[in-house]
Design a protein around this ligand. Structure first.
Ligand SMILES: NC(=O)c1ccc[n+]([C@@H]2O[C@H](COP(=O)([O-])OP(=O)(O)OC[C@H]3O[C@@H](n4cnc5c(N)ncnc54)[C@H](OP(=O)(O)O)[C@@H]3O)[C@@H](O)[C@H]2O)c1
Length: 249
């Protein structure tokens, strides 16, 4: 049985990824930060070597030195390494859509941190895979996902404001997990963009209308034009199902 070492298992996306790998017959090893502090390379090496994984998915937050250390370790072992980055490596000016070769322009902390992680990984492991994700959509509210944002907006304002001029990069978490699985199985190094909105080009307003109907959520969605941004992530090497197709299955 192949072993997947996965980080961030207490988070939002990693449990769905881990579950999918498990269903495909992989053994899951969760990086336990109480046993191996990512900043302590002795502890990290002992933890890693104890399990001798066949692939690593790094979905946790944490420092760029951890991302780089995992890159180096997976390079030494010649095993697949996938790191999840974000659409936020791009600022909203200049506008998207963004191909993988576009300059990264983040001026906010989170995007800049992910840029540092990406650079550190390439420095240590040119055979790595970096997958930039858009806003994740879960099956329910909770964690770090779009449905939780909607839930909170409804609780606070009894309505959700959604721009008809914002075209977000986004995907259902279960679809993101499927693509991550395909990437690990394929193990072709490089940078990837995982976005279900590339071709469908739903505005945030249209997207929330769809989710509202799908979940019978009874949200009050007010359209606005306040935020104008085409955030879509383009990538011609992977086929990501659209939001509409994803919701149907
Ligand atoms: N959710 C989204 O909409 C979205 C969008 C774009 C990109 N992403 C990327 O996808 C990945 C997973 O996102 P997520 O939404 O699942 O994140 P999340 O819910 O915020 O979970 C992140 C996990 O990282 C670990 N962690 C937190 N702080 C840490 C620290 N200081 N040092 C080391 N580990 C730490 C924790 O897991 P453990 O306790 O198990 O270690 C935590 O549960 C992240 O790389 C994120 O940047 C997410």
């Amino acid at each position: 049985m192949k072993r997947l070492l996965i980080t961030g298992l207490n988070g939002t996306v990693a449990p769905v990824v881990a579950n999918l790998f498990k269903n495909k017959g992989w053994d899951i090893i969760a990086w336990d930060r109480s046993l191996a502090d990512p900043e302590n390379t002795t502890q990290s090496a002992a933890f890693f070597d104890q399990y001798s994984p066949d692939a690593v998915c790094h979905l946790a937050m944490g420092s760029e030195s951890w991302a780089g250390w995992l890159a180096e370790k997976t390079k030494q072992k010649s095993i697949p390494y996938l790191f999840t980055s974000t659409a936020m490596v791009f600022a909203n000016k200049p506008n998207g859509p963004f191909t993988i070769d576009r300059d990264r322009t983040a001026n906010e902390q989170y995007g800049q941190y992910k840029i540092r992680c990406e650079d550190r990984i390439w420095q240590h492991n040119p055979d790595a895979m970096i997958a930039r994700l858009g806003w994740q959509i879960g099956e329910t509210a909770g964690g770090n996902n779009m449905l939780e944002h909607c839930h909170q907006q409804m609780q606070q304002n009894n309505a959700i404001e959604a721009s008809t001029r914002w075209f977000p990069a986004c995907s259902l978490i279960r679809v993101t997990a499927q693509i991550i699985y395909q990437l690990i199985e394929r193990n072709e190094p490089g940078l990837y963009h995982i976005d279900s909105n590339t071709e469908e080009k739903l505005s945030f307003y249209e997207l929330l209308q769809k989710l509202n109907q799908h979940h019978n959520a009874q949200w009050l969605i007010n359209s606005s034009e306040a935020f104008e941004y085409d955030q879509r992530l383009l990538d011609n090497r992977i086929k990501v199902p659209s939001i509409s197709a994803s919701l149907e299955c």
